[in-house]
Design a protein around this ligand. Structure first.
Ligand SMILES: Cc1cc2nc3c(=O)[nH]c(=O)nc-3n(C[C@H](O)[C@H](O)[C@H](O)COP(=O)(O)OP(=O)(O)OC[C@H]3O[C@@H](n4cnc5c(N)ncnc54)[C@H](O)[C@@H]3O)c2cc1C
Length: 404
């Protein structure tokens, strides 16, 4: 199908080459099997092996650590292509990417030397754990607690919604630590990120005493990728596995990770919306009612026009947010806007494509049925719409402050 929409100006030859390779991988290796695997809730082992071979797990990891050293933009455009094929696959690389980014930005030299080369090859794969059963948006309310004992910390608590929680062998876990803080210290200064290495799999972990991944959470969509709880009972972690070496910086490290993660959730929204548009415009030219293609009814054409406009607008805003970060500037405003717009538009474009399919959209034989169950996750992950609007609003008031 032609690629008129969602083009990106000014890409280098290398970026174009990477994207062409990924697009071809998506068309040949992901799209033909995605819906079947998703219905069976089966982990895409072969697809992950293929992505490892392409170097996707190390796309943004610097070359000195064995990665490709590419920009956030290249990464985001890659995610967009992959999500066009199957959103769950982009979920497998996204938490890995956030953890690698956090180690690169905030890790000690020893942590970078130890983790990044193995993460670049995909041999170590990361999960990212902030949320708990009692909280998601309100990160400052975290209860999982780490207490220093000699050269280690002892961690107790329960985490929720870990994407890749079973399949990953490294989890970045945000915990409360109160050492060295006055009693009335703000919550965000009493948080620390721990890098916990574990065996992949479910049940009590053979490598880490007291650590349990109970099993997969049954989900409405976004299947194939595992999403889990994590139980920590007197888990002992050496102090040199505190991200960055010192306690009390976890909140800022995680927020930095989430900020680049937002661009990637926006990119996923763009990819899923583009696929929904492709499915819609194709079906509209095959189905006939009242003596003509449904695409020839003006109501359907208007729907296609709205869908394409949303696909285009979301893509361009996502690209702006990625480029802003790559230029070294703060991008929280643009990332928040891109995540908000792309996820809302994605849900709308998917619903439009669903309606164009008539009754067949409700059949599991049609790909749009899968997209319809996947799109809502983007409204929640990496911060809900309300959280994005809080970030956008706060930042606008900083930028447009009226003095006096
Ligand atoms: C499939 C899936 C995968 C996930 N993967 C991960 C992961 O890998 N790691 C991880 O840490 N988390 C993960 N999450 C958790 C996700 O980040 C949270 O679900 C999300 O942040 C929302 O938190 P919550 O579910 O606790 O909702 P709540 O915070 O309880 O929010 C409930 C509702 O209240 C609204 N709300 C909350 N606060 C305000 C406010 N101040 N003003 C106005 N409205 C407000 C919200 O927008 C929402 O509509 C995942 C979630 C899902 C569903």
């Amino acid at each position: 199908m032609a690629h008129r929409l969602a083009q990106t100006d000014g890409l280098t030859d290398i970026q174009q080459e990477i994207l062409a390779t990924v697009r071809s991988f998506v068309d040949k290796e992901i799209l033909p099997v995605a819906t079947e695997l998703e219905h069976r809730d089966e982990y895409p082992t072969e697809i992950v092996a293929g992505l490892k071979e392409l170097g996707i797990f190390g796309l943004m990891i610097p070359e000195e650590y064995g990665g490709l050293g590419e920009s956030l933009l290249t990464y985001a455009l890659t995610v967009e292509e992959i999500a066009r094929g199957w959103m769950s696959v982009s979920g497998i690389i996204n938490t890995h990417f956030i953890v690698a980014y956090m180690i690169q930005q905030h890790g000690t030299q020893e942590q970078k030397d130890y983790f990044l080369p193995k993460m670049a090859t995909g041999d170590v794969r990361g999960a990212f754990s902030m949320s708990e059963p009692g909280l998601g948006s309100d990160v400052s309310a975290i209860r999982t607690k780490a207490v220093r004992e000699g050269d280690s910390y002892v961690i107790n608590g329960q985490k929720m919604w870990l994407t890749n929680g079973g399949s990953a062998n490294l989890v970045a876990v945000l915990c409360r630590t109160e050492e060295g803080q006055p009693e009335d210290a703000p919550a965000h200064r009493s948080m620390t990120t721990f890098l916990i290495e574990k065996e992949p799999g479910f049940g009590p972990n053979p490598k880490v005493s007291g650590l349990t991944v109970p099993g997969k959470i049954e989900k409405m969509g976004y299947k194939g990728v595992d999403t889990t709880e994590l139980i920590l009972e007197d888990v002992r972690i050496p102090a040199d596995r505190v991200l960055g070496g010192g306690s009390g910086r976890g909140f800022y490290q995680m927020m930095d990770g989430v900020e680049v993660g937002r661009v990637n959730v926006a990119a996923r929204g763009c990819g899923v919306a583009r696929r929904a548009f492709e499915l819609g415009i194709s079906y509209a030219q095959q189905r006939h009612t009242f003596g003509k293609q449904i695409a020839q009814h003006q109501a359907i054409q208007f729907r296609l026009a709205e869908m394409a406009t949303k696909v285009e607008a979301a893509h361009q805003l996502m690209v702006t947010a990625a480029r802003k970060k790559d230029s070294g500037e703060r991008n929280d405003l643009e990332a928040g806007m891109a995540k908000y717009l792309a996820s809302e538009y994605c849900k709308e474009v998917v619903e439009d494509a669903f309606r164009i399919h008539g009754g067949y959209g409700f059949s599991k034989e049609y790909e749009i049925e899968r997209l319809y169950r996947e799109a809502p996750m983007l409204l929640i992950g990496e911060g809900t719409a309300e959280i994005q609007k809080m970030i956008i609003g706060r930042r606008l008031l900083e930028e447009y402050r009226v003095s006096g």
